[in-house]
Design a protein around this ligand. Structure first.
Ligand code: SAM
Length: 209
């Protein structure tokens, strides 16, 4: 599998882990400028650990939906180019602003990912990637509404949380429905369940059609 340029496998405490170079954020182990990327705390980290071809690469422009307090998006901004981080909950967004203070390519936006028109004037178009991790009902809709920001050959890399759509349904059935909805605007290239890192989550790599 190909890791994005700027992401490496390195030894931390005798264990091989993904790592990026940047200021530490969540007490993760460090080795010089490198810091471990904990796949158990990051769906994108788990997606890379699973060996999926995400198409992500160093220097890419990224729209990150569901940034929370910045755990994963901090790693993305370590290797990517301009990284727009959307989060609608004020409390985690405060921490996210702190994370961005140390990273000049990370732009936090306190916005609702279901309303892209509220940040369309800030986010550039023709982006290389959308990374999505919004624990909300209507995850396919969020991906479809933000598709406008992607370049023709851009990639959506989404983690779909089954329980956010329906707590009672079988995750496999939820994933089938979400993938069906995504087909309205995307061609799904690959999918992978994220166990053992994250229960009942499906990683999806797709491109706009
Ligand atoms: N991606 C984060 C990480 O790995 O560091 C964790 C994200 S957490 C699972 C999901 C986040 O999505 C929450 O912080 C939640 O507030 C946010 N979220 C849910 N719906 C959203 C929406 N419509 N717009 C923006 N953020 C949203």
């Amino acid at each position: 599998m190909s890791l994005p340029d700027g992401v490496e496998r390195r030894q931390f405490d005798n264990e091989e882990r993904l790592a990026t170079r940047g200021p530490s954020v969540y007490g993760e182990p460090t080795d010089g400028a490198w810091r471990a990327w904990d796949a158990r705390r990051s769906k994108l980290g788990a997606t890379l650990e699973k060996g999926m071809e995400t198409g992500l690469d160093g220097g890419d422009s990224v729209l990150y939906l569901g940034a929370a307090s910045g755990t994963t998006v901090s790693h993305v901004a370590d290797f990517a180019g301009p990284t727009y981080a959307v989060e609608f909950a004020p409390r985690p967004a405060r921490d996210l602003v702190g994370v961005a203070e140390d990273r000049d390519r990370l732009f936090p936006l306190l916005k609702d990912a279901r309303k892209p028109e509220t940040y369309a004037h800030v986010v550039e178009s023709d982006l290389d990637a959308i990374v999505q991790d919004v624990a909300t009902r209507g995850q396919a809709r969020v991906a479809l509404e933000n598709r406008q920001f992607l370049a023709e050959d851009g990639r959506l890399i989404a983690a779909i949380k089954a329980r956010s759509e329906d707590v009672t349904a079988e995750p496999a059935d939820v994933f089938e429905d979400v993938l069906g909805d995504l087909e309205d605007g995307y061609e799904v290239l690959d999918t992978e369940r994220l166990e053992p890192f994250h229960d009942d989550h499906l990683a999806v790599v797709a491109r706009p059609k």
